[in-house]
Design a protein around this ligand. Structure first.
Ligand SMILES: C[S@@+](CC[C@H](N)C(=O)[O-])C[C@H]1O[C@@H](n2cnc3c(N)ncnc32)[C@H](O)[C@@H]1O
Length: 316
């Protein structure tokens, strides 16, 4: 039975979005426990079958008898070293088990700029939950190397204005690519300047566009050029070399889609990172339109709110 199962973990507060996507993808949900969805594994697990709202995916879940705490610890340790608990029931017992497993301190908080490691099987992070008092559901292989997919950074509380910079840190970390000296980034909807701060700190030149101003310390950074105005009034042909097209503009996702298509139709093939911001109900039609753009990836970042991030690395 276990080879036919898969578990999806929704981001906090976005269970409905994940459920909608699972249904739309034709994935059968066998049981939902809060943010955890135990599902029938699709025969073909290609990229199109990865829901954007899954913050972590347990690829190889199996049920393991749990007659005692020590037995669970032994069973999990026999499979691999690192395990993170996602409790949905039996919280006290879960804690007692997790306390007897090796401490998870290797990657928390994550230092921005550190590339995600190629994790050898011996250092992988598995996930488990007490499904019944005497039964564990555990998966040694997960989509994220962070517990519940939560990428917690060592934050910079001094320089960037606001906390939006954490979204770009996370997107770049997951993309596995960072802008650098010689790159030019266009940052649309940039005020107060968190993303511009990230891009300029990495050494890129930044054209930073917003109707609202940048924080003074960001506006004064070397390589930052501020343009006051609307992102939608710009024409791709107005710019020379752009290597990173970034947008965190507040707008309907459909409007963002048209803006991105304008750039792609104009032949833009550089890196793209943009935030789809939903107001009210999630616009799943537009989510699908983004999903269908070749070479892109749609994800709900840990630092996203009612948003998704669409990433596309430089496209050949
Ligand atoms: C979430 S904030 C961006 C935060 C920014 N990424 C940061 O890290 O500080 C969204 C921004 O979109 C801007 N915005 C809204 N409509 C815009 C438009 N048509 N053109 C440019 N910026 C726009 C708003 O002024 C606001 O500053």
């Amino acid at each position: 039975m276990s080879g036919s199962l898969i578990v999806y973990i929704a981001p906090k507060g976005f269970e409905k979005e994940l459920l909608f996507e699972l249904r739309a993808l034709g994935i059968a949900v066998l049981e939902q426990r809060e943010r955890l969805f135990l599902c029938k594994r699709a025969a073909d697990l290609n990229a199109q079958m990865i829901p954007a709202w899954a913050q972590n995916i347990w690829f190889e879940p199996e049920f393991i008898p749990a007659p005692s705490i020590n037995h669970v610890v032994k069973s999990l340790r026999a499979r691999q070293r690192n395990w993170a608990c996602h409790p949905t029931m039996y919280f006290r017992r879960s804690l007692l088990i997790q306390e007897k497993l090796p401490k998870l301190k290797d990657n928390i908080p994550w230092e921005f700029g550190t590339p995600l490691p190629e994790i050898p099987p011996s250092r992988r992070l598995g996930a488990w939950t007490l499904w019944r008092e005497d039964m564990v559901l555990a998966s040694p292989v997960c989509s994220s190397c962070f517990a519940d997919g939560e990428l917690l950074f060592r934050e910079n509380k001094q320089d960037p204005p606001g906390r939006a910079y954490l979204k770009l840190w996370e997107a770049l970390t997951l993309l596995g690519k960072f802008p650098g000296a010689g790159d030019i980034a266009l940052d649309l909807g940039s005020s107060p300047g968190g993303w511009t701060w990230v891009l300029a700190s990495l050494g890129a030149g930044v054209v930073s566009v917003d109707k609202a101003p940048l924080a003074e310390n960001v506006a004064a950074m070397p390589g930052v050029e501020y343009m006051r105005g609307s992102a939608f009034g710009l024409c791709p042909h107005d710019f020379g070399q752009i290597n990173w097209l970034c947008s965190d503009v507040i707008c309907y996702p459909e409007r963002l889609f048209r803006l991105i298509m304008q750039w792609l139709d104009a032949g833009y093939s550089g890196n793209i990172i943009c935030t789809l911001k939903f107001q009210g109900a999630t616009d799943f039609d537009c989510v699908n339109r983004f999903r269908n753009i070749p070479g892109g990836k749609l994800i709900h970042l840990f630092h996203n709110k009612h948003e998704l991030t669409w990433l596309r690395p430089e496209f050949p």
